[in-house]
Design a binder for this molecule. Structure first.
Ligand SMILES: [Zn+2]
Length: 322
């Protein structure tokens, strides 16, 4: 009398490999939709088994995030007043502003998933859902955010990371990039510029209290898949005149990296994080916790070179890849 349960074939939907195929997702959405319509069930009464019985892993957080997203998207497409009320009605406040309610619904889907899950899972969910493309339309930005189609190293010329690398030592979330001896010998002009790794928008300019100090700049990038990542440039002597929220093209000069007492060479601290890491962590605090450790870092950061397509300058990468 209280609950209608849907059993699905498959297991471990939280992993990439076992995520249900599109047709199975579509069938499930249609079934949920029909049941909502027949019995007047509101979208906030849709639960994954794991959300009401906490020792259950199925169907997983990412899957429920996708179902909630698709139910919202289907309501927008069908524009049936009865269903709109069931899906978005809970997000209407005193005033009857439906667009506001729609925005709040989708914001809830993202915020809730980020709160109960991890940025790496949200990153995978962004690609299967296409969340940010819809978000642009709802924000009345039909042209959308500039796409980071290609990622290149943030330093021109040859560089290496002889010291701190990704999770080496264990509490280091980025790589410290130094110019190679070869590069120093053959380049007359030593520019120590940090260059933007891909097209993206500037989300933060400030001081860096992690790793090695200096100035810190963070950019957000949207990949072709629809997932977002952050590129992080630390240990800068100075940041150039950048505007928060503005979009900049790949290779755009961001600032100059610096030298400190410990090191004879200037170096750039460079990290790549999953987009959700901004909301979950970096917005509040730009350095990682002292006891973060490898698994904490892997939930939030990528190996900085995992997205690089190379082909920029004479970059020869000499860092240990983990
Ligand atoms: Zn560093």
């Amino acid at each position: 009398m209280r609950t209608i349960a849907i059993e699905m074939t498959g297991y471990d939907f939280e992993s990439r490999e076992n995520f249900p195929p599109k047709q199975q997702i579509a069938n499930t959405v249609s079934l949920i939709w029909a049941l909502m319509e027949r019995y007047g069930i509101t979208a906030n009464n849709l639960f994954g088994h794991n959300e009401i019985q906490l020792n259950k892993p199925d169907p997983g957080k990412k899957f429920m995030g996708l179902i909630r997203y698709l139910i919202g998207a289907k309501a927008l497409l069908e524009n049936n007043p009865h269903m709109n009320e069931l899906v978005f009605g809970n997000f209407l406040r005193d005033e009857f502003d439906t667009l506001h309610a729609v925005n709040r619904y989708f914001k809830f889907v993202y915020d809730y998933l980020l709160m109960i899950s991890r940025p790496v899972r949200v990153y995978e969910w962004e690609a299967v859902s296409g969340f940010w493309f819809l978000n642009d339309l709802l924000d009345n930005r039909p042209e959308g955010m500039v796409l980071g189609r290609r990622f290149t190293p943030p330093i021109s010329g040859e560089y290496s990371s002889p010291g701190r690398s990704f999770i080496s030592p264990e509490n280091h979330e980025g790589v410290d990039l130094h110019r190679t001896e070869m590069d120093k010998a053959f380049h007359v002009v030593q520019d120590n510029q940090a260059l933007l790794t891909a097209n993206g928008s500037c989300v933060h300019i400030g001081d860096f209290d992690g790793c090695t100090g200096g100035k810190l700049v963070i950019f957000r990038h949207r990949q072709l898949s629809g997932s977002q990542v952050l590129s992080i440039y630390g240990h800068l002597d100075q940041a150039y005149d950048l505007k928060l929220g503005a979009e900049y093209p790949i290779h755009y000069p961001i600032g100059e990296f610096r030298q400190d007492q410990e090191h004879t060479d200037p170096f750039l601290h460079f990290a790549l994080a999953y987009g959700g890491t901004w909301e979950s962590d970096l917005k509040k605090r730009t350095s990682i916790p002292l006891n973060a450790g490898a698994s904490w870092i892997r939930d939030r950061y990528l190996n900085p070179f995992s997205l690089m397509s190379g082909g920029f300058g004479s970059a020869s990468v000499q860092y240990p890849v983990t």
